[in-house]
Design a protein around this ligand. Sequence first.
Ligand SMILES: NC(=O)c1ccc[n+]([C@@H]2O[C@H](COP(=O)([O-])OP(=O)(O)OC[C@H]3O[C@@H](n4cnc5c(N)ncnc54)[C@H](O)[C@@H]3O)[C@@H](O)[C@H]2O)c1
Length: 355
Amino acid sequence: MAKPRYLVTGGAGFIGSNIVSALVYAGEHVRVLDDLSTGSWENLAALEHSSVERIQGDIRDADTVARACEGIEVVLHQAALGSVPRSVDDPITSNAVNVGGTVTVLDVARRMGVRRVVFAASSAAYGDTEVLPKHEDMAPRPLSPYAVTKRSCEHYCEVFARLYGIETISLRYFNVFGPHQTPEGVYAAAIPRFVDAALARKPIRIFGDGEQTRDFCYVDNAVAANLLAASTPRKLTGEIVNIAGGRRVGLNDLCAEIGRHLGRHLVVEHAPARAGDVRHSLADVSRAKQLIGYEPKVRWEEGIEPTIRFVDALRSSGLAAAARLVAAFRARRSLVSARDTQGGVNDVAARPEAT
Ligand SMILES: NC(=O)c1ccc[n+]([C@@H]2O[C@H](COP(=O)([O-])OP(=O)(O)OC[C@H]3O[C@@H](n4cnc5c(N)ncnc54)[C@H](O)[C@@H]3O)[C@@H](O)[C@H]2O)c1
């Protein structure tokens, strides 16, 4: 196998596996470190086995991270325990994995001579600030242990850049969704959960009145942001940038759009709002554009169909088959083809739909 230049931590998870796919389609060999706590190797089932080096292990274990960082130029650090409610239930584990794991990744990376770490931060750091759109100069007001962990890691990224000279950047994702996001479990995110219920012809459960808004970001945009951050020639020194779709969507409107794709009206039931959830969210993405050239090229509405296809295939045929089916679907729509993505990472980043 050719020597990988990129390490994707959490590469067996939702966003990570989409990043790995984009890198492989760009002709890269990629190393993945994942403990499979929420991810699965089956997310990578559509990729040539020889293109992806898999290490099963924990980001908190320095020896494992050192093995994973061997010869690596850029770490795309996605591994974490996601979900606000999970962190409310168990703040100690969320902190240990997200903060402890990230400090371990940063420390091992700088000792091993890794040039750059791209960190998966979160819009949760903003909390319930009234001002919209949210921009990076606003004072963060985390509302949950998860948000605190993500904000702390941003600080660590800044401090490691200043103290040790390793290049870092934090990408504050806003509600990423798309194929490979699991609808399963109590901590599932809204869109796959809604799609799953709709496909099963069950009522869609919304926490709160459904008038809350989110800036939903189709995963191809988040992938493009990672590739741009990985490849920008500019020196990165711990900057924080919003990565989002740049538009605000109400949950009731989202359900109506899913129903439109399925050709029927969906039944919605409302449950009490959850602790730690924010009311409204919308990103100003101008800093990401200025710093790394990021623009949300795929609208959230365009991401609903591949998401439905993925969840549908997952339900009927299992994860590996769903991964293959969605890869073929994307290729058929000529969004991506292994044949026409022979360029470097920059070429893929310029075409975020290529995942
Ligand atoms: N999905 C979103 O909307 C969103 C929003 C903001 C930030 N993020 C961040 O993006 C990153 C990826 O999120 P995702 O939605 O793909 O979640 P995910 O759960 O699908 O992926 C996380 C991956 O990390 C792995 N992992 C967890 N703990 C680990 C550990 N100790 N060692 C090694 N691997 C470990 C999991 O097995 C999984 O494969 C996370 O850091 C998350 O906090 C996601």
